[in-house]
Every structure is written in structure tokens, then in C-alpha cells.
Design a protein around this ligand. Structure first.
Ligand code: PMP
Ligand code: GLN
Length: 388
């Protein structure tokens, strides 16, 4: 079927997201899917039991729009313990069906026609389209090549009277870089005496390595008072398919956020919210994630030792960047497709995270996988390295 009328596209630059494309190709060619970020192991059976329990108990109707009060209270307690920050569960915490919708509603809440939004690249692919759908103009600042640190001077140079929002993401997808306390203080200084709002994507807050501490904007009261923080239970509890997240923001930002969000989703899944409220008591679960994922990172990296891949540092997230300069001269988007077809392994080309499609010959591999999967991936990658 085809619509016969005139319908100019609202997002001329957008196709289907790379995650969907690569997962579909991986399925089609029966390739190992190291592309889209999701674990291939089970989430906690206890959490599943709790969801079942609340479903059976009849907690199956709409949750309150901002979320189940007990879950908001538990989140407030957690943020207070972890980041010494005070968020009022009534007026400053909203439970949403996944981080993506939280990002979109936060952007919608503040960005108007011709507002500028600073986006640090490579960037998660949902930011810029959300800005553009709201009439805003993304202004891209690239992370420094090599260590993927932020050039705050460059950010400063791009700030002007039109700048409405700055989006940051730490631990960072796709590079695995992490912002330090010094970074946060520089950002704080840059925006003081402005009306700029910060959107801090912290969905990988618990996946951080080598003893580093996550520098949530919540730790910096001056920043927190102008910030939305987006979290995702899917990353923390190995259940990306449940699509559960939350947004923390000062009361007046939350009020604007909820005005939009109530017409986007209205509310998130009820029984899962009750289950998460109970499960948040199991602190050792999320506090154990750095060790759990660091082992996976180290194992995957050790399996690739001696190959011709360049292993980039990974301080957080469950993504490892591999440089293939010594192996192929093909553009990354081509090569990712070729390897799915010919070597049965799927990855994400990093150029798609840049508006200008900068190609540094980098592919992103997700290591949130069983050890056996990591071994299989390494075997395929070794063959590629040896053959080319
Ligand atoms: N931000 C980043 C950086 C992500 O990697 C993801 C994962 N897709 C999200 C936001 C969205 O999280 P969710 O799956 O909860 O929508
Ligand atoms: N965040 C995940 C990634 O970066 C995937 C999210 C999605 O598929 N939209 O791979």
C-alpha cells in the first residue's frame, strides 16, 4: 500500500536506526550479534518472580502518571546514598518507559524553534532527531580523537545567546569514555550565569571500571539545579526489553517535563514498577556491576591480544571499540556489513554516531555477553585479523 497524498518527511536525514538495521542483518545472515547493546544472559530470576507476583496480585492497571510512589521513594533514597543529592520523590522524579522516551520528553520540554543544542559527538543516535523534531538546531562538538575527552574550550566557543541545552553522556556510548569531576566543574563554570539546561544521559551509571566513580551531575548541586538526569533500569538489571527508566530534575523542570510526557506515554508498566521498588533493596546487585562487567571487558580484550585490532580504552559502558586500520581500508559502514555476510559477526560502525559521518575506521562491539559468546566473537575476529 502507498499513501497517495503529499507528505514531506519531518526527518529528512533519518533512516532506520543502525541498531535495528544491524540486528536484522545479523538475524538474516545468522551472524553473532555483537552490535546492538543488550546482554545475552538472563536477568535476575528473583526480579522476574517479583513481576509475576505483582501481576498475579492484580497490579495490572495504569500506574500514577509520574510513577509508583514507592519506586520513586526508593530511587530518591538511592540517589541520596550514592550521590549525596536530594530529589523529592513527589515532584522531582518521574518513572518512564525507557531512557529514550525520557530523553525525548526532556528535549521537548525545553527546546523551541531555533534554539541551539550542543551535542557532543560521537553521540547516541536519538539526541539530534529529538532536537530537530522540536525545531531546535543541533550544534555538534567532537570529542578529541585518541582519548575521546571533551574539549571544553570548544564547547565554550559554541555557546551563544541561542544555546538552550547541552547534552552530555557518561559513561559514554559508543566510546566508553567517562567524565571526571574536573570535567563536571568545567561544565559548571561554563554555564553559570546562563539559562542553559543540561541533559545528562547516565544510563550506564553503574557500568564503570578501574575504580572510577561515576560523576553524576547529581553530585554537583549547581549543575543538578539546571539538569535533567536520565536513567535506565534496562542497563542496570539486564532487561533492555522491559523498557523502564526514570528522569530526575528540579521541580520546575520536572513540571514542564511531565506536561509533555503525560501525552507521550502517560505512565510506565505497573507490575514492573512494583517489582523494581522491591528489588532496589538488593544493593549488591547494582553495586556489583563494575566488577561483573570489568571481568567481561578484560576477558574480551585478553582474547583479542596479539591480533591486528587496536583496542581502545574502555572506562565504562559495555562497549569495546576496535580500530581496524591495519586490517582494512573499507569504510566502517561497508565493512560492518561485509563482516556480517562473510564472517558472521555483527558490530556497529562508529561513523553513524557523527552527523558528518566521520570515519575513523572504528567498530563497536557489545561485551555484555556470556563468556562463550565472547570466545566465539574473538575466534571470528582472530580469523579476520589473520586472513586480511
Ligand atoms: N542513552 C544511551 C547512551 C543508550 O545507550 C541507551 C540504550 N539504548 C539509551 C539512552 C536508552 O535507554 P532505554 O533502552 O532505556 O530506552
Ligand atoms: N543503546 C543500545 C546501543 O547503543 C541500543 C538501543 C536501541 O536499539 N535503540 O546499542
Amino acid at each position: 500500500m502507498q499513501f497517495q497524498g503529499n507528505l514531506p518527511t519531518k526527518l529528512p536525514l533519518a533512516g532506520t536506526t543502525i541498531f535495528t538495521v544491524m540486528s536484522a542483518l545479523a538475524r538474516e545472515h545468522q551472524a553473532l550479534n555483537m552490535a546492538q547493546g543488550f546482554p545475552d544472559f538472563a536477568c535476575s530470576p528473583k526480579l522476574i518472580e517479583l513481576v509475576n507476583h505483582y501481576m498475579k496480585q492484580g497490579f495490572n492497571q495504569y500506574a500514577p502518571m509520574p510513577g509508583v510512589p514507592l519506586l520513586r521513594q526508593k530511587l530518591s533514597d538511592k540517589v541520596s546514598t550514592m550521590y549525596s543529592a536530594s530529589y523529592n520523590p513527589e515532584s522531582e522524579i518521574t518513572i518512564v518507559p525507557g531512557g529514550t522516551i525520557g530523553l525525548y520528553a526532556a528535549i521537548s520540554a525545553v527546546v523551541r524553534e531555533n534554539d541551539e543544542v550542543i551535542i557532543i559527538e560521537p553521540a547516541y543516535d536519538s539526541y539530534a532527531p529529538a532536537v530537530e523534531m522540536n525545531g531546535g538546531k543541533p550544534v555538534f562538538v567532537k570529542l578529541k580523537p585518541g582519548d575521546f575527552s571533551v574539549d571544553w574550550n570548544e564547547v565554550k566557543n559554541r555557546i551563544n545567546f541561542r544555546t538552550r541545552l547541552i547534552i552530555i553522556n557518561s559513561p559514554h556510548n559508543p566510546t566508553g569514555a567517562v567524565l571526571s569531576a574536573a570535567d563536571m566543574l568545567k561544565l559548571e563554570k561554563l554555564v553559570e550565569d546562563t539559562d542553559i539546561v543540561i541533559l545528562s544521559d547516565e544510563v550506564y551509571e553503574h557500568i564503570i571500571f578501574d575504580g572510577l566513580e561515576h560523576q553524576s551531575v547529581a553530585r554537583f548541586p549547581k549543575l543538578a539545579s539546571r539538569s535533567f538526569i536520565v536513567g535506565s533500569f534496562g542497563k542496570t538489571y539486564h532487561n533492555t526489553g522491559w523498557k523502564m527508566g526514570y528522569v530526575l530534575a528540579p521541580e520546575n523542570l520536572t513540571m514542564e517535563f511531565r506536561k509533555i510526557y503525560q501525552y507521550m506515554a502517560f505512565a510506565a508498566n505497573t507490575p514492573i514498577q512494583y517489582a523494581l521498588a522491591d528489588y532496589l533493596d538488593e544493593q549488591e546487585d547494582y553495586l556489583g556491576l563494575p566488577v561483573f562487567y570489568q571481568q567481561k571487558r578484560d576477558y574480551f580484550r585478553s582474547l583479542l591480544k596479539g591480533t591486528r585490532f587496536k583496542l581502545y580504552p574502555c572506562q565504562g559502558t559495555y562497549f569495546q571499540l576496535l580500530g581496524y586500520e591495519k586490517i582494512s581500508t573499507e569504510p566502517d559502514t561497508e565493512l560492518a556489513r561485509t563482516w556480517i555476510r562473510e564472517h558472521k559477526i555483527a558490530s556497529i560502525p562508529v561513523s553513524v554516531f557523527y552527523r558528518d559521518k566521520s570515519d575513523h575506521h572504528l567498530l563497536r562491539f557489545c561485551f555484555a555477553k556470556e563468556d562463550a559468546t565472547l570466545e566465539q566473537a574473538a575466534k571470528l575476529l582472530r580469523t579476520i585479523s589473520d586472513q586480511s
